[in-house]
Design a protein around this ligand. Structure first.
Ligand code: PEP
Ligand code: MN
Length: 443
């Protein structure tokens, strides 16, 4: 792999302003020489899997933190997130008898777009927190300074996280015979945990039956698990983009899957140009104000060759609007003849402020947006292809509701996110059972 790449000078929204130019250049040089975190062949494999899902022959589950942090990049935290996604995936696979493509929102989710460049607290204005790859969350001038060395820390943290994820998913931990073990600390405490236990017992019985018949397939011992994040910080993604020696094509080797966010998806901007050039499977987030003509233009630009699995459209309309605004978008994009994969992000259109001042989301709204997404696709004869959720493996109290419901007054008890509110493990698992029911009756 080489990286003899040049990039056009286009406007790029939401980029850091590094005050120390020499340090910035040094970091760019270093990033250009560091080993890839993923292989081009793995990215192609994911494109193929996503292409199957786009045809309705699979379902995609993307999940993880809104913003990863260096302090939370621990074995316990990574294992808890991985376990949550694996449990959700098993629920979906078992209920719908469909392959579930698993993409962790991890090992690179270190940059955040912000509505305001500055944050003001008691009369003091400082640059907003833009993710651990740019500055610190602590509200001091030193911490909020944009520090390019953080790009290297993000690379190292991502490398360590991905190494652990690969060990967990290939080294026996994700073996199907472990479905019970993933639930051990959890089973009796929640309704979703108990429901999972019943399902796990069924799966165990089926596995024992197969074994007794002499079948013990290798596929059960390992799990295919991919990593994805928002391609926001071009000073991170560009130096990690390499020419694959096998095909001569550029791949962003920082992750398997990269998406462009709602705030940086201008057609003439640097992010869309970047996404158009790399050969990874890519996504674009589309909010409720998206004009269908713009969505069609994005699709033509990002997937000119109409490759199945190449492009995922991640819609995040909000529960109140999804049924009104999604149909026109889906109809016009489908009419353009591109095999896009439709994924629902039921988080970002449903953010609200709690009485306590915390940013929160209601489980009921999240669920309702997913329901609306399935309804719209069923009505149009297209495929509801997946969900993209912000979650954590811990018992945080950031989103309200769910059977074991966090109530409004409890939001402050364990509010730990560095950015947006995440579903806790019980809420995530409950959501997977409800999505599984929708999948069973999917078009
Ligand atoms: C995000 O995924 O955290 C995000 C910022 O989403 P969006 O681009 O949809 O606003
Ligand atoms: Mn977010």
């Amino acid at each position: 792999m080489s990286n003899a790449l040049t990039w056009p000078d286009l406007p790029a929204a939401q980029q850091p302003t590094w005050p120390d130019v020499l340090a910035y250049q040094r970091v760019q040089e270093t990033l250009r020489t560091l080993p890839p975190l993923v292989f081009a062949g793995e990215c192609d494999q994911l494109t193929e899997r996503l292409g199957q899902a786009a045809k309705g022959e699979g379902f995609v589950l993307m999940g993880g933190d809104c913003a990863e942090t260096f302090v939370a990049n621990t074995a316990d935290s990574i294992r808890a997130r991985l376990k949550t996604v694996l449990q959700m995936a098993i629920v979906l696979t078992y209920a719908a008898s469909l392959p579930v493509v698993k993409i962790g929102r991890l090992a690179g989710q270190y940059g955040k777009p912000r509505s305001n460049g500055d944050e003001t607290v008691e009369g003091l204005s400082l640059p907003s927190y833009r993710g651990d790859a740019v500055n610190g969350i602590e509200f001091t001038p030193e911490s909020r300074r944009h520090d390019p060395d953080r790009l290297l820390r993000a690379y190292n943290a991502s490398s360590a996280a991905l190494n652990l994820v690969r060990a967990f998913t290939q080294g026996g931990y994700a073996d199907l015979r472990q479905v019970h073990a993933w639930n051990q600390d959890f089973v009796t405490e929640t309704e979703a945990g108990r429901r999972y236990e019943t399902m796990a017992a069924d799966i165990d019985r089926a596995l024992q039956f197969m074994k007794a018949c002499g079948a013990d397939p290798e596929e059960f011992k390992r799990v295919e698990f991919y990593a994805g994040h928002e391609a926001l910080l071009l000073d991170y993604e560009k130096p990690l983009t390499r020419i694959d020696s096998r095909t001569g094509l550029p791949y962003d080797v920082s992750a398997h899957f990269l998406w462009v966010g709602e705030r940086t998806r201008e057609l003439g901007g640097a992010h869309i140009d970047f996404a158009a050039r790399i050969r990874n499977p890519i996504g674009v987030k589309l909010g409720p104000k998206t004009r269908a003509a713009d969505a069609v233009a994005l699709v033509e630009r990002l997937d000119p060759d109409a490759i199945p699995g190449r492009l995922t459209l991640i819609t995040r309309m909000g529960a109140a609007q999804v049924r009104d605004v999604l149909p026109d978008l889906v109809t016009k994009v489908e009419a353009a003849g591109h095999p896009v994969l439709w994924v629902c992000d039921p988080m970002h259109g449903n953010t609200r402020e709690a009485a306590s001042g915390h940013k929160t989301r209601s489980f009921g709204d999240v669920l309702d947006e997913v329901r609306g997404f399935f309804e719209v696709h069923a009505a149009l004869g297209t495929h509801a292809g997946g969900v993209h959720v912000e979650l954590t493996g811990d018992d945080v109290t950031e989103c309200t509701g769910g059977t074991q419901g966090v109530i409004e007054s409890e939001i402050g008890d364990r509010y730990e996110t560095a950015c947006d509110p995440r579903l806790n493990r019980a809420q995530a698992l409950e959501l997977s059972f409800l999505v599984a029911e929708m999948l069973q009756t999917r078009h």
